[in-house]
Ligand binder design. Structure first.
Ligand code: ACM
Ligand code: ZN
Length: 622
């Protein structure tokens, strides 16, 4: 045998010998994201071994959550024998016989004792979330390392989510992402107990869902020229007859596959069909849906498109017929009660010039073009409600006079959400300055290109609270929760999508699940270090984070300021000086003059990160 081949074979045999017996590990403390509502460490440990059994109570072993759990355990090379009654050395998953009001539909109890691990809940959803927490108790590298003995500290958890809407939005129009990436995204959401997948399926840059009645939506509207080798903002114009090589769409079978995959993970899927703007892809396929005297030649976009003037004619009956036909095909594919109808950023210049639109405004006695958009949205809502669907729209739908039953997604800050809740509409908060994960997450000079002049650091995302204090308790009931949004102009690979999502999605997940009094930035930062390892072991790409420190200061009785430095990435070492040029290592808060400048260097794993930061102490520090 050739020497090299022999060596490789020997290595394979050896690694098999090691992996078949597996490793042992004692887990030290837990880093659960989102932080559970109540968690206490207890005395003792539980050892999960290949001999550990499994008991399921009040639920069948073929029910969805148990199948999911068994599959996960098998992947980690634990294949517990199912036993007929709870016993010691046993993983137990039990549906409550009596509904425990304090747990609701999504809460769970998780007990790790020396004898057993027990997850109990009112619903399969609750069991699923209890299992996700259990998963995060296992070693970070469980996906890639075979263990045969995992020793877990005993603990007691009681956990319920703060909000029922814990969403993640994904724009698959600006760039198309295939089914396997969407499933990987759903896995990610599930592991952080997120439960609403908002699928942005149509926009100026591509129509992404099969519609049988209008095949040109896919044959034309799903394809564009490829500019992925150029910066988004500098795309060359299309050449005559240049092939449309970039794009794609989901067939109905693929949509069903994704919806079923999401359901197994307790995730509801909300399709978004943009009305009336962001419709270049529609108008290239069916130009007759544009306004009467609009002679623009629309094309599926492949770079920046601003202002977004493409708009469906609001005065043309065939537009409403088209939309209803499309919705007729959407409705049976998505079992969840909500359909998102867009409504954002529709520039109405064409409507101002269009005799048909003006005629409709006059005939219906509408105030103006905003009123015409309002009428279209309400018409669609009227069409959808008897068919069992509620609508969601971006906060611009408030401008046209929306019905009370529409849910408003507040993206231009929280103002729209507050106004909507005051009017009695349900609200999902996704203010761009906290929740837009396509924004830069660190110093742009050291990051791959993202939305210009944008910044949402992990710390900023972690400070998101969807509940406006300005609302009365009765109005607060309308805040269903919040959502992270991922727009993909600058994101053209699965790896880049993950890089932008992670770790900030973890912060949003904790914002939406954990009560504010249980959130703790320092603890979260430490947890993220372990989660990065876990995520990378599961083949996700994760941004290292922002290395820019920041400071807070407190005025002392003597007029000086007590300065505390903060940082984002666990393991960062800071060195600072306050003007004398002599750097010292930061170990504890220090004293400096109000209004003075603190120069800080951030080192990570021995390397100077990015640059020196000059941080100003607020002269009016309290
Ligand atoms: C949006 O970002 N246009 C909703
Ligand atoms: Zn028109």
């Amino acid at each position: 045998m050739h020497k090299k081949v022999y060596f490789v074979c020997l290595l394979t045999v050896l690694s098999f010998a090691v992996s078949s017996c597996g490793k042992k590990v004692i887990v030290e403390g837990y880093s659960i994201i989102p932080e559970p509502v109540e968690m206490t460490l207890e005395k003792g440990t539980f050892a999960m071994t290949t001999k550990t059994t499994c008991y399921v109570g009040n639920i069948g072993q073929n029910d969805a959550s148990i199948k999911y759990i068994s599959r996960a355990l098998r992947q980690w090379h634990f294949n517990p024998v199912l036993v007929g009654k709870p016993e010691s050395d046993c993983l137990q998953f039990i549906l409550n016989e009596e509904y425990d009001m304090s747990l609701g539909d999504e809460g769970y109890l998780l007990d790790v004792t020396k004898d057993y691990v027990k997850v109990s809940a009112n619903t399969e959803r609750g069991l699923f979330y209890g299992f996700q927490t259990f998963t995060q108790m296992l070693p970070e590298d469980i996906a890639v390392v075979r263990y045969n003995r995992i020793v877990l500290p005993a603990c007691k958890i009681k956990d319920v989510p703060r909000f029922s809407w814990r969403g993640s939005h994904f724009d698959v129009s600006r760039h198309f992402f295939g089914v396997s990436q969407i499933k990987k995204h759903l896995d990610l959401m599930a592991s952080y107990k997120m439960n609403k997948f908002h699928w942005h399926l149509t926009d100026d840059h591509g129509w992404r869902i099969e519609i049988t009645k209008y095949p040109l939506l896919n044959d034309i509207g799903s394809w564009r020229v490829n500019r992925d080798n150029q910066p988004w903002g500098e795309a060359d114009p299309a050449r005559p007859d240049e092939p449309r090589s970039n794009g794609g769409y989901y067939t109905k079978e693929e949509i069903e596959e994704v919806v079923a995959y999401a359901a197994e993970r307790n995730i509801d899927v909300i399709p978004e069909i943009e009305v009336p703007g962001h419709c270049c892809a529609v108008l290239e396929a069916y130009p007759s849906l544009a306004c009467a005297n609009d002679d623009t030649t629309y094309t599926v976009q492949f770079g920046p498109y601003w202002p977004p003037r493409a708009i469906l004619c609001g005065g043309n009956d065939s537009v409403m017929a088209f939309l209803k036909d499309v919705l007729d095909e959407i409705i049976p594919l998505f079992p969840y009660e909500y359909i998102h109808i867009g409504g954002d950023e529709a520039v109405k210049d064409n409507w101002k010039r269009c005799p048909r639109c003006q005629q409709r405004i006059k005939q219906l006695g509408l105030k103006d073009e905003e009123g015409l958009q309002g009428w279209m949205i309400v018409e669609l809502e009227k069409y959808l409600r008897p068919r069992g669907k509620n609508i969601i729209g971006w906060d611009e739908i408030l401008d046209g006079g929306v019905s009370q039953s529409a849910t408003v997604m507040s993206w231009q800050g929280v103002k729209g959400g507050i106004e909507a809740a005051r009017r009695g509409n349900d609200v999902i908060m996704t203010p761009l300055d906290y929740c837009y994960l396509n924004f830069y997450q660190a110093n742009a000079d050291y990051q791959p290109p993202a939305m210009p002049n944008s910044l949402v650091t992990l710390h900023k995302a972690y400070s998101f609270d969807p509940m406006p204090a300005a609302l009365t308790p009765a109005q607060q009931v309308h805040i269903l929760g919040g959502q992270a949004n991922l727009w993909t102009e600058y994101i053209n690979t699965p790896e880049m999508a993950e890089y932008m999502l992670l770790p900030r999605l973890c912060a949003i997940a904790e914002d939406l699940w954990t009560p504010p009094e249980k959130k703790n930035w320092e603890h979260f930062r430490q947890k993220i270090a372990r989660h990065k390892v876990r995520l990378e072991a599961n083949d996700y790409t994760v941004c290292p984070g922002s290395f820019k420190p920041w400071l807070t200061s407190e005025k002392q009785p003597d007029g000086m300021c007590k300065v505390t430095l903060h940082w984002e990435v666990e393991g960062t070492n800071l060195y600072y000086h306050t003007g004398d040029g002599s750097f010292r290592r930061y170990t504890e808060p220090f004293v400096a003059e109000p209004g003075s400048t603190v120069t800080v260097l951030a080192f990570y794993r021995g390397l100077l990160k990015e640059q020196a930061y000059h941080l100003q102490i607020d002269p009016k520090s309290r």
